[in-house]
Design a protein around this ligand. Structure first.
Ligand code: F6R
Length: 242
C-alpha cells in the first residue's frame, strides 16, 4: 500500500486526478470504477480541465459506478447518475453509453444487482477503482458488519451515513434508506484501487482502515489485503495514524 500525504483537499484532488490521467494514458480503453461524493468532486473538476486542454482523452473509456440510492430515478438531482453526469460525463469526451451506474428504480433490485455484477465481469473487470471513505469506514455503501465476500447487492444505509449524506437533501427524511452497491469482493477485484480521503472528520475511519485489525466492522480495513492500493489523503485525514 502506498500512501500519498497532501497538504490539503486541493492537492489531494490533483494527485487523484494525476493517477486517473496516468491510468488513461497507459490504457486508453480502461474500465474505471468511479465514486460520488464531496471527496472526489475536486478530482473530477481537474479531469474535466485536463480533458478540455487535450491532456486526457476519455473517448475509449468505460465506467462503472460503485452505487446508487434505491428509489431515486437517474434524473433526480441527488441520484448518483445525476452526480456523475453533472460532475464529469457531461463535460468530457466520453461515450455516455459506456458509462454505467446501477439503477435505483429497477422493478427487481436483486435482479439489477445480478445484472450489474455480470456487466462488470463482461467488461473484463475494473482497471482502476476510485473510492472515498465513509465516517463509518464504509467503502461503496458497504457498512460495518458487511461480509467481505459480498458482490453487488442491496444494502440498508447506516443511520450515520444517512445523517452524513443529509447535507445534500432538504432533510434527513428525504435520504433514501436503501442503496445498490458493489460488494467488497467486487471492489477488491479491481486491479488498482485509489482511496481518496480528506478532513479531520475522516481521521478515525482512515486509521481504522489502514492500521486497524482487518474485520467486517471496519469495511475499509479489507484494503490492507489488496496488492495495489494507493491512498491519497490530506494531513488532517492522516492525523490519527500512528
Ligand atoms: C459514493 C460512495 C461512498 C463515498 C463516501 C464518502 O459513491 O460510495 O462510499 O465515497 O461516503 O463520501 P464523501 O466523499 O461525500 O464524504
Amino acid at each position: 500500500m502506498r500512501i500519498i500525504c497532501t497538504k490539503d483537499y486541493e492537492e489531494m484532488s490533483l494527485r487523484v486526478a494525476d493517477l486517473i490521467a496516468a491510468q488513461i494514458l497507459l490504457k486508453p480503453d480502461s474500465v474505471l470504477g468511479l465514486a460520488t461524493g464531496s471527496t472526489v468532486a475536486g478530482a473530477y473538476d481537474s479531469l474535466v480541465e485536463r480533458c478540455r486542454s487535450g491532456e486526457v482523452d476519455f473517448s475509449k473509456i468505460s465506467t462503472v459506478n460503485l452505487d446508487e440510492y434505491i428509489g431515486l430515478a437517474p434524473d433526480h438531482v441527488q441520484s448518483y447518475r445525476h452526480y456523475m453526469n453533472s460532475h464529469l460525463f457531461d463535460h468530457v469526451n466520453i461515450d455516455k453509453s459506456k458509462t454505467n451506474v446501477p439503477s435505483g428504480v429497477a422493478a427487481e433490485p436483486a435482479e439489477e444487482c445480478r445484472r450489474y455484477e455480470q456487466l462488470i465481469r463482461d467488461m473484463g473487470g475494473i482497471d482502476l477503482q476510485l473510492l472515498g471513505l465513509g465516517k463509518t469506514c464504509h467503502i461503496g455503501f458497504n457498512e460495518p458488519g458487511e461480509r467481505f465476500e459480498t458482490i453487488t447487492h442491496v444494502v440498508t444505509l447506516n443511520e450515520q451515513t444517512r445523517k452524513d449524506n443529509s447535507r445534500f437533501f432538504a432533510s434527513i427524511d428525504e435520504v433514501p434508506k436503501k442503496a445498490v452497491t458493489m460488494g467488497i469482493q467486487t471492489i477488491m477485484s479491481a486491479k488498482t484501487i485509489v482511496l481518496a480521503v480528506n478532513g479531520e472528520g475522516k481521521a478515525d475511519a482512515l486509521a481504522a482502515a489502514l492500521q486497524g485489525d482487518v474485520k467486517p466492522s471496519a469495511p475499509g480495513s479489507i484494503l490492507q489485503m489488496h496488492q495495489n492500493v494507493i491512498v491519497v489523503a490530506d494531513k488532517a485525514a492522516l492525523s490519527k495514524l500512528a
